[in-house]
Design a protein around this ligand. Structure first.
Ligand code: SF4
Length: 382
């Protein structure tokens, strides 16, 4: 069985890219009338300029498929940043090694304090995020964090530097159920130009991380691309191919995809191409129509008004009230939900600054249920 990185070397996106540029209205209408994009070429057609004229029926179809497979629910989670220490140089990231920011790794007491704030806000699903640093973010440290938090968070996900399967196993055994790893860009040349030092330089090693995580026993996987680093059509096609591969090869896991768009951060890089809002909608609806069972995550990188508009058309998972700085939740004013100090060590600045309760209230108004807990470890214990 070949891994996705092996398969990726043989994939040729010339034909789908040509379709994404030239598909006709008739092709888009055919896909809408059949209710599914059955092939990668159909998916490509939904990214085309011709499809822009069909955004409304595409949103309707995407909404219908989402409600059929996920109901009118949105799963809520919050990121908890453990450390902003990082040995990698990623030119677009606030935590990049050479950036002059205050560096911090939370001690276990502070991790628990931050987590309790999120717990009090209603969250039962938490994403632990850390830069890649073998000294500060060791396996033992993360395992201890997971053990502490698993007492009151039934669902714990990780977003860390990629590891070997054997090093994931203790984290699964400690109570982690999900692993997220975004390829950032699927264009190898761009990847090499943006990741110039540290273990993250290894494009293919990163690409096969979800499969190593699956082998270690994670039951949810998350993949994604950071839109704004390279041509968005190519990123969307590669992301869809990656998702297809994981659905086939890691079939017991639930898969989520994410399409974060670049936000301002302390870095040395200017984005090459912003994915415009209507094209962002195109990518979300195309993914849903091609992969109806796959979860789609929307983060607080996007502004409130856009998040409210996107939630009913294909999104299944949302973060809310996020801080992207280690220790950032302790500096929120609990009454006003405003930060009481500048977030100097944040990874990027969020755009939707509403509290989790406000976001849940809006979802409710839209006819959706904000789901805070959808899993319990007792469900998988013998
Ligand atoms: S993107 Fe991740 S690996 Fe790269 S500098 Fe930021 S935290 Fe480190």
């Amino acid at each position: 069985m070949s891994t996705f990185s092996e398969k990726f070397k043989t994939l040729n996106f010339d034909r789908p890219l040509d379709i994404a540029a030239t598909a006709s209205s008739a092709t888009v209408e055919r896909i809408i009338s059949q209710g599914r994009a059955r092939t990668l070429n159909d998916f490509a057609a939904l990214l085309s300029p011709a499809a822009e004229a069909y955004l409304e029926p595409l949103c309707h179809l995407s909404q219908k498929l989402t409600q059929k497979h996920f109901g009118k629910t949105i799963r809520m989670f919050a990121p908890l940043y453990l450390s902003n220490e990082c040995v990698n140089v990623c030119k677009y990231c606030g935590f990049s090694r050479h950036n002059d920011i205050p560096r911090i790794t939370l001690d276990l007491e502070t991790v628990e304090k931050e987590a309790r704030i999120l717990h009090n806000q209603g969250f039962r699903s938490i994403l632990l995020v850390a830069g890649e640093h073998p000294k500060y973010v060791s396996n033992g440290y993360v395992e201890e964090c997971v053990k502490r938090l698993s007492k009151f968070f039934p669902s714990i996900a990780l977003e860390l530097g990629p590891l070997e399967s054997e090093r994931y196993e203790p984290l699964v055994n400690a109570g982690c159920e999900a692993l997220l790893v975004y390829q950032e860009t699927y264009d190898e040349e761009t990847y090499r130009a943006l990741h110039t030092a540290g273990p993250k330089k290894h494009f293919h090693w990163r690409m096969d991380t979800p499969e190593r995580a699956y082998a270690a026993g994670f039951r949810r996987l998350g993949i994604g691309a950071l839109f704004g680093l390279h041509d968005w059509h190519k990123e969307a096609l590669a992301l869809a191919s990656h998702a297809e591969h994981i659905l086939q090869h890691c079939w017991k896991a639930q898969l989520n995809v994410s399409m974060p768009r670049m936000r301002p951060a302390k870095g040395e890089w200017e984005q090459v191409e912003f994915l415009k809002d209507h094209n962002f909608v195109q990518v979300i609806t195309a993914l849903r129509i091609f992969l109806p069972h796959v979860g789609i995550t929307l983060s607080t990188r996007e502004p409130a008004s856009l998040r409210d508009g996107l939630a009913p058309i294909g999104i299944t998972t949302m973060s809310a009230g996020s801080s992207t700085e280690p220790g950032g939740y302790s500096s929120f004013d609990e009454t006003t939900f405003q930060q009481t100090r500048e977030q100097e060590g944040e990874q990027f600045h969020i755009a939707d600054e509403r509290s989790p309760a406000e976001v849940a209230a809006v979802l409710n108004k839209l006819g959706y249920e904000a789901v805070w807990k959808d899993f319990d470890q007792s469900l998988i214990q013998a």
